[in-house]
Ligand binder design. Structure first.
Ligand code: NDP
Length: 251
């Protein structure tokens, strides 16, 4: 399959890393589905920015943790632009920093539902639709994990870190399942990236304080993660599958 034909669904594409990925993908001529959960205004702005630059994009509301919503997102994108050929499994949340001993179950469920169940549901739908042995066009999936999966995020977000560990493992298994079915599956693990997710974590300053332990001595920009994601989706990465690429300033 030529990347010229990419019709790419980006979960959580309305802000941060997802939005930067949407803009870069659209600049390559790919047709982009921008999924969001709550903020229709942000998704609309992302679509308008792409359209002003001559690209094609569609905002698609849906919660990645709800099976029917995920199926509906793929349906809507396919109706608008033709069969989906790529997924960026990007939607994710973090809850305020806490010791595990103090975490309540509702918070943990929210994190796991979005970051694990959501990633698995989106990947499952992509596997069903892209696999060549099911009549699909082939294509590529990029999962967005976090270096938290490697470092554990003690004293703050061990639930989030564990959820991203599952995303890494999904990448390894699904890459093997789909390798003979025309679909490459890879993963990026961002470090500290300058997006609004740190505000939703409740303690925006803490992430920046840790910037001192980043060998490149600064937080990353969403566009720097987007570049890795778009490369992994592109034909330039045609021999790369099952890879987990840290985009973390050397951390
Ligand atoms: P942002 O908080 O900036 O954006 C999150 C996006 O996800 C929004 O578009 C939001 O939509 C959407 N979203 C949240 N929950 C759902 C849901 N249940 N269903 C559908 N969409 C949802 O996040 P980032 O860009 O910072 O993060 C993107 C990914 O990168 C995440 O998986 C995150 O874990 C990962 N990451 C980020 C790092 C960072 O430092 N920024 C570091 C490591 C990993 P809406 O606004 O409508 O709710």
């Amino acid at each position: 399959m030529s990347e010229q034909g990419h019709v790419v669904l980006i979960t959580g594409g309305s802000r941060g890393i997802g939005r930067a990925t949407a803009e870069l993908a659209a600049s390559r001529g790919w047709k982009v589905g921008i999924n969001y959960q709550r903020d229709a205004g942000a998704a609309g702005e992302a679509v308008a920015t792409i359209q002003r630059a001559g690209g094609q994009a569609l905002a698609i509301q849906g919660d990645v943790a709800i099976e029917g919503d995920v199926i509906g997102m793929f349906d809507r994108l396919a109706e608008a632009f033709g069969p989906v050929t790529a997924l960026v499994n990007n939607a994710g949340i973090v809850a305020p920093a806490s010791l595990l001993a103090d975490m309540d179950v509702s918070r943990m469920r929210r994190v796991f539902d979005t970051n694990i169940l959501g990633a698995y549901l989106s990947a499952r739908e992509a596997a069903r639709r892209l696999s060549t042995d099911r009549g699909g066009p082939g294509g590529a999936i990029v999962n967005v994990s976090s270096i938290a999966s490697r470092i554990g995020s003690a004293n703050e977000y061990v639930d989030y870190a564990g959820s991203k560990g599952a995303v890494d493992t999904l990448t390894l298994g699904l890459a093997q399942e789909l390798a003979g079915r025309g679909v490459r599956v890879n993963c990026v693990r961002p470090g500290i990236i300058d997006t609004e997710i740190h505000a939703s974590g409740g303690q925006p300053d803490r992430a920046w304080q840790r910037a001192g332990v980043i060998p490149l001595q600064r937080p990353g920009q969403a566009s720097e993660v987007a570049a890795a994601i778009v490369w992994l989706l592109s034909d330039e990465a045609s021999y790369t599958t099952g890879a987990i690429l840290d985009v973390a300033g050397g951390r």
